[in-house]
Design a protein around this ligand. Sequence first.
Ligand SMILES: N[C@@H](CCC(=O)N[C@@H](CS)C(=O)NCC(=O)O)C(=O)O
Length: 208
Amino acid sequence: MITLHHLNQSRSKRIIWMLEELGVEYKLVTYQRDSVTRRAPAALKAINPLGRSPVIEDGDLVICESGAIIDYLVSRYGAETFAPPANTPAHARYVQWLHFAEGTAAFPLIALYLLSADDSQKCFLGGFAREQMSDVLTLANNELADKTYLMGDQFTGADVLNSFVFEKISETRGLGEYPNLEAYMKRISERPAAQKAETLEREYDAEM
Ligand SMILES: N[C@@H](CCC(=O)N[C@@H](CS)C(=O)NCC(=O)O)C(=O)O
C-alpha cells in the first residue's frame, strides 16, 4: 500500500487528489505546521532529510518532489488514463506542463507569499515576482482559451500538479482577470477526487 506523508496546508493535497483519481489504496501519515514558524515538524525529517512534504512510500521506494510523485503515480498506476501515450508529441507537452508547475509557476507564488509574511511588498523582488506571476497566469489563461484541460480533452496529472499555484491565487486575490483559468479551476475542482482531497485536507488540518 502507498503511504503519503501529508503536511496540512501544503502541496500535498494534490497527491491525495491524484491517488483518489487513480483509485489506488493508500494511507495518510499526517503532520501539522508550526502555527508561528509555518515550518513542518522535525518528525518529517525521518522520511525526507529536508523535512518537507509531500513524500510517498510505495513498498521500499521513497519519493519526494510533488512533480516526481505525480509522474511516478501516473506512470505506474494510470498511464493510459491520466497521461497521453508515451513517445508522442502530446506526451512531451504533458511533461512540459508537469515541469512548469514547480519549475516556473511556483517560484513567483512562493516569493509573493514570503514577501507578504515579511510585509515588504515594495522591493525589487516584489515587482519581479508580481510580473512573473502575471506571465504565468496569462500563459495558462491563453492556453485554456479553447481547451477543457491543459492537454486538451484529456484530464491528466499535469492538471492536478498545476492546480496548487492556481488555487492559491484564486484564494488570495481571485482569478477574475483570467476567465478561462477561472472556469477551468471551477471545472477541475468539482471532480469527485478533488472534493475528496479537500475533505481529507480539512479533516487533517488542526487549524481549520
Ligand atoms: N519542490 C517541492 C517543495 C516541497 C515543499 O517545500 N513543501 C513545503 C509545503 S508546500 C513544506 O513541506 N514546507 C515545510 C517546511 O519547509 O518546513 C515539491 O514540489 O514537493
